[in-house]
Design a protein around this ligand. Structure first.
Ligand code: UD1
Ligand code: CA
Length: 465
């Protein structure tokens, strides 16, 4: 492995990202929940380097603030002072000018890996190989290339008849013949610092885009008789650069299959891995089955032997073992083992559902504790409530937890039975083994073992002719 002290990494992420047609800076657009640049920095963080410089420009404050939020996930040591630096590119005049903006922060000796902030699938191993190859061949520049099916938009690697690298030509400046070349520039390079900075001074914006192209540096090296090579260590997916939303969706799909593939290898069943949307931090136990069109996000952890049926959306929740969920929304909730939920239930933040409880269709639970074996099976609303174990809540029963100003609490003791269509006007406390007659509006506490009924008497009268 490389000597830790002489490898620098420069990430170019100052561009306008015009092709995204977005108010959000390009590198902050998300793929599988995490920003494009997050994926790049996370990969880089496992290389041994002396310094990482991220070049920012367009919306620099926004991007910098976001990056600094990633310390915990990517690792504080990567972001330590003297190791992690941000350089500002004042005017977005092209990738060559972006690299120049980093020059003051990089030593005049050693090596630099230069990478665009928009290639999130690149692997650490490929970068290591690039660096080793660069050193082995004593090159001034080593370009990482790949042969792709549709090279449109990429710079092409132009080689001589005997395969020797000549130059990189951009799509817009390429001749019809050059456009047919399928070996493309990944936008990832290894440079020897001692010759890099002088060559950068020589590049001129003499091209269709009037930009300072970083890719011209290798041509200048070549002209000056320096050793330059292009190596294709990377697979075609790995080097996908994101320039527009279509690229974004393509990369999202590849990453999604990677995440689902890793889960499947660990014993999770997918009916259709292309249509299950699972975040990179989610953990799922073996023998759990994921049906199509399921979203599982954030820090969710799901145990073994569960069934997550079609149409579920689960975020930042903890699900025990052998839980069956059908077509339901669950946010920031804790569900214990053996619970059945849905179809069409909505569990809102702060909900705890204990073992073997049942939350049925068209039921909303908000910030409530549902005790063991308790059943809230149909059309109910339970908010700010504590339900002990083995309670039955009838169809259409609701807690009236909002008095117009404040949220109020409801308590129901174990083994109680709440009839259908009951209104529990909070704050209210229902004791244990209580029976509440259907249709009652309960405003007063009910002691243990009592029957409570609040209902107008039914009158049956003969109908008028
Ligand atoms: C670039 C390469 C192309 C390569 C492709 C790979 C150049 C001239 N071309 O094209 O050969 O095939 O990447 O994905 O480099 N940037 C700045 N400041 C600027 C302009 C750009 O920081 O003024 C940054 C961007 O944020 C981006 C990177 O440089 O991360 C590359 O710029 P981009 O416009 O995406 O270049 P491509 O057209 O993709
Ligand atoms: Ca790009």
């Amino acid at each position: 492995m490389a000597d830790k002290r002489n490898l620098n990494i420069i990430v170019l992420a100052a561009g306008l990202g015009t092709r995204m047609k977005s108010r959000t800076p390009k590198v902050l657009h998300k793929i599988c929940e995490k920003p494009i640049l997050w994926w790049v920095l996370r990969t880089l963080s496992s290389l041994r380097m002396s310094k990482t410089v991220v070049v920012l420009g367009h919306r620099i404050e926004e991007v910098r603030d976001e990056i600094l939020n990633w310390k915990e996930e990517i690792g504080a040591s990567f972001f330590s002072r003297n190791v992690f630096k941000i350089a500002r590119q004042k005017k977005q005049l092209g990738s060559g000018s972006a690299l120049k903006s980093a020059s003051a922060l990089i030593p005049k000796k050693g090596y630099s890996i230069v990478i665009s902030g928009d290639v999130p699938l690149i692997k650490t191993d490929t970068l290591r190989k690039l660096l080793n190859e660069h050193k082995r061949t004593f090159s001034s520049a080593t370009v990482l290339s790949a042969s792709v099916e549709s090279p449109f938009g990429y710079g092409r690697i132009v080689r001589s008849i005997n395969g020797e690298f000549i130059k990189i030509v951009e799509e817009k400046d390429a001749s019809p013949d050059e456009r047919k070349i399928i070996e493309v520039n990944s936008g990832i390079y290894c440079f020897s610092n001692d010759v890099l900075w002088n060559a950068l001074k020589e590049i001129k914006p003499l091209n269709k885009k009037n930009e300072y192209y970083l890719t011209d540096v290798v041509g200048i090296f070549k002209k000056n008789g320096e050793r330059v090579s292009a190596v294709s260590f990377a697979g075609p997916d790995e080097i996908l650069g994101i320039n527009d939303r279509y690229d974004l969706s393509k990369v999202e799909k590849i990453l999604r299959l990677k995440i689902n593939g890793a889960l499947a290898k660990n014993g999770v069943t997918f009916i259709d891995p292309e249509n299950a949307y699972i975040g990179p931090d989610v953990k799922i136990g073996n023998d759990t089955a994921i049906y199509p069109n399921v979203f599982i996000k954030g820090s969710t952890i799901i145990g073994s032997d569960c069934v997550i049926g079609s149409g579920c959306y689960i975020s930042n929740s903890r699900i025990g073992e052998n839980v069956k969920i059908r077509c339901s929304y669950i946010y920031e909730s804790k569900i214990e083992s053996g619970v059945k939920i849905g179809p069409f239930a909505h569990l809102r933040p702060g909900t705890v559902v204990k073992r073997n409880a049942r939350i049925g269709n068209f039921t909303e639970i908000k910030k409530s504790y549902i005790g063991e074996e308790t059943k809230v099976s149909h059309l109910a609303y339970i908010g700010d409530a504590h339900l002990e174990k083995n309670i039955n809540i009838g169809a259409g029963a609701i807690t009236c937890n909002f008095d117009g100003k404040m949220k109020r609490e409801t308590f129901i003791g174990k083994d109680s039975f709440v009839g259908s269509n009951v209104n529990l006007i909070a704050p209210v406390k229902i004791g244990r083994k209580v029976l509440i007659g259907a249709g009652s509006t309960i405003t007063k506490d009910v002691a243990d073992g009592m029957l409570a009924v609040e209902r107008g008497r039914q009158v049956n009268k003969a109908r008028r002719k």
